[in-house]
Design a protein around this ligand. Structure first.
Ligand code: ADP
Ligand code: MG
Length: 305
């Protein structure tokens, strides 16, 4: 079986942790052994988020007075190397050396006409006062918006992924038994220009990029691992109902009703719907801690055609 597994933030850092390397190693090793015991003989492709890590790098750039800030594509590339390295090492250990793993710096093609370029909405990095924000905006040309959670934060466009440019290489690698870590942080967004591919200051949603990768690789199963046991309607409200199994069209109608917020469960639900509609196969959204149960249908939300 060929499976694409999209890891959420809690695969790398747990709530309340500060992000020390030993905390990251502990979580990543745990994640890797869950994957190894659940998919011992399968073709495995692992993707991951990078929000806190990119946030950290942006914060460091802001503190490094007098040094130029690096662009988003470079920050993304740094996190693909950072987390890819850790996952690669932990996965090989978890498979006890029976499988090789490799990290592939991945680019995601986006359209320069994507409407998000005119309306950046994706928050990245830390929180600033209005004064700090306007200073940074003058210095680096960053765009800031007020975050409903308080303070001002940098926003970047979040264009829709159109292609995963390394998917053919990934296909070859997984066919030869290698476990591939790719599309970290949604991949580095690039556009086609007359001079070739060029990076853009944007962030592609990692679940949507992973969904497209799973479609392109004709994966048999697409799994989105996060920190909740699945998808709920009326989440956190009276009448909360956790879905164990749901048809993609039914889930789409809940989505249209606004059951799933943009920055969190929304893109996961959309990613699952897109994969299931394109492949007529199953996607599962659930808790990393319950991966084995999810495969048995005892946890998570299975999205079916
Ligand atoms: P990750 O970082 O794991 O990729 P997010 O933190 O962005 O994922 O999104 C997962 C979060 O979505 C959950 O922790 C939960 O609080 C939130 N959430 C919002 N709406 C729902 C819903 N309808 N059902 C389940 N979880 C939801
Ligand atoms: Mg999260």
């Amino acid at each position: 079986m060929r499976v694409v597994i999209a890891l959420g933030g809690n695969a790398i850092l747990r709530k309340g942790e500060s992000g020390r390397p030993e905390e990251q190693w502990r979580n990543i090793r745990r994640t890797a052994s869950l994957i190894a015991s659940t998919f011992p003989n399968d073709e495995v492709i692992i993707t991951h988020g990078n929000g806190p890590q990119v946030g950290y790098l942006l914060e460091i750039m802001n503190l490094a007075k007098g040094y130029p800030a690096q662009s988003m594509d470079l920050a993304n590339a740094m996190t693909q190397g950072w987390l890819g390295f850790m996952l690669q090492a932990a996965v090989e250990d978890a498979f006890k050396g029976t499988r090789r793993a490799v990290t592939l710096i991945t680019r995601t093609l986006v359209s320069p006409q994507d409407p998000s370029f005119k309306n950046p909405t994706k928050y990245v990095g830390g929180y600033f006062s209005k004064e700090e924000a306007s200073k940074l905006s003058a210095e680096f040309g960053w765009v800031f918006k007020e975050d409903p959670r308080g303070g001002y934060r940098r926003v970047v466009p979040s264009p829709e992924p159109m292609d995963i440019l390394e998917s053919d290489i990934i296909d070859g690698l997984v066919k030869s038994g290698v476990i591939v870590i790719s599309t970290g942080g949604g991949g580095i967004p690039v556009i086609k220009t007359s001079e070739g591919l060029r990076p853009v200051e944007a962030v592609v949603d990692k679940d949507l990029a992973s969904s497209l990768l799973a479609v392109k690789l004709k994966a048999d199963l697409f799994i989105i691992l996060t920190d909740v046991k699945g998808v709920a309607i009326n989440f956190g409200k009276p009448g909360e109902l956790w879905l164990r199994e749901v048809r993609a069209d039914e889930l789409e109608s809940y989505y249209r009703r606004g059951e799933f917020p943009p920055g969190s469960m929304g893109p996961k639900v959309l990613a699952a719907i897109k994969y299931v509609s394109a492949t007529r196969r199953t996607a599962i959204i659930g808790s990393l801690d319950e991966l084995p149960e999810m495969l048995r249908g005892a946890s998570g939300t299975a999205v079916k055609p």
